[in-house]
Design a protein around this ligand. Structure first.
Ligand code: NDP
Ligand code: OXD
Length: 308
């Protein structure tokens, strides 16, 4: 059974070593040393190689090394190939850390205090208790729910929005497009943790910003494709939004002269919300391989119809 990794060299060596130590029956190959492509049953990759089916005629499972799978055009893959996203607990930890850091920074007015310091001003701003701070999460999946669980400990007024209806203790849940305005109207801090699909592309736009309370802030941890960048700039300029923390951009890496780079109301990070670490993702991947070998359903299989 051959598993081919198409990942960066640093992580490739760790993956190979983990398999050699703990699952020596699996023949692990590292791109570009493919050997006979007809041997490859499993491919683990961030980006899909060109002409994947012609190249690997016996491919059965494409394991994304990421939680999001929008980089794959799953329509180009034969129906027989299952696409599985990465449910790495390390990704969850990373996103929970980032979201918590971002919410607390916004809640405690850190961007304003940093600005005041630069201007040589020592001035206290009004304190808003956590229970009066309304934090909403778009996307109540693996990551959105983990973030909400963590934020609950601080006592924020929490809400969430998803495609299908959910019941989460301590969270005001909203579902579907019709419920979006009601959800937005009660978000002082909005976190996007949606997958990028045809339905969610460009969802963070002028219309959505107009539906938020004036002076709200945005944390985009989803994908750059969710955000209409010009609309964010306009919303910040007009005061409709106060601050944005942006981890993902339409074009990555961003150009040095990208308008977000030096914007005083934007904190930009280079897609570091979370990344897959072989040390924590190995068990998840191996467990899925074993499930597949036993003919059992794998965890994290992408529904091609929904696109996530
Ligand atoms: P999940 O698939 O577990 O959850 C997705 C959630 O989004 C679900 O609650 C789903 O609703 C909801 N959703 C999807 N489409 C819509 C829609 N049209 N309207 C309303 N809600 C919708 O994904 P994860 O939580 O694992 O990951 C979310 C995304 O986070 C990834 O796709 C990726 O883009 C991003 N990410 C970013 C990282 C970073 O470093 N910045 C790292 C990892 C992930 P329902 O529950 O009803 O299906
Ligand atoms: C992911 C990411 O989706 O790193 O895992 O963005």
């Amino acid at each position: 059974m051959t598993l081919l990794f198409n990942v960066d060299t640093e992580r490739a060596d760790t993956w190979q070593q983990l398999f050699a130590e703990q699952a020596p029956d699996i023949d692990v190959r590292l791109w570009p040393d493919i050997g006979d492509p007809a041997d490859v049953r499993y491919l683990a990759t961030w980006l899909p190689p060109e002409g994947i089916h012609e190249r690997f005629p016996n491919l059965e499972v494409l394991f994304a090394t990421s939680a999001g799978v929008d980089q794959f055009d799953t329509r180009l893959l034969p129906a027989s190939v299952q696409v599985v996203r990465m449910l790495d607990p390390g990704i969850v930890r990373g996103i929970v850390e980032y979201a918590t850091m971002a919410v607390l920074a916004l809640h405690r007015d850190l961007p304003s205090y940093v600005q005041q310091q630069r201007e040589g001003r020592w001035q206290e701003l009004p304190y808003v208790p956590a229970h009066q701070r309304r934090v909403g999460v778009m996307g109540l999946g693996n990551l959105g729910q983990a973030v909400l669980r963590q934020l609950q400990g601080f006592g924020f007024a929490l809400s969430g929005w998803s495609r299908s209806a959910k019941t989460l203790a301590g969270v005001q849940c909203h579902a579907g497009e019709a419920a979006l305005p009601g959800f937005l109207a009660a978000c002082d801090i909005l976190i996007c943790l949606l997958p990028l699909t045809p339905d969610t592309r460009g969802i963070l736009d002028a219309r959505l910003f107009a539906g938020l309370p004036r002076g709200a802030s945005l944390i985009n941890l989803g994908r750059g494709g969710h955000l209409v960048e010009a609309d964010l700039l306009a919303a910040l300029d007009s005061g409709q939004l106060q601050q944005a923390l942006v981890d993902v951009l339409q074009e990555e890496p961003a150009a040095a002269d990208h308008p977000f780079m030096r914007h005083p109301q934007i904190w930009l990070t280079p897609h570091i919300g979370a990344s897959t670490l072989p040390e924590s993702a190995f068990e998840v991947l191996l467990a899925n391989l074993r499930r597949h070998q036993r003919g059992e359903p794998m965890q994290g299989v992408v529904d091609r119809q929904r696109g996530y």
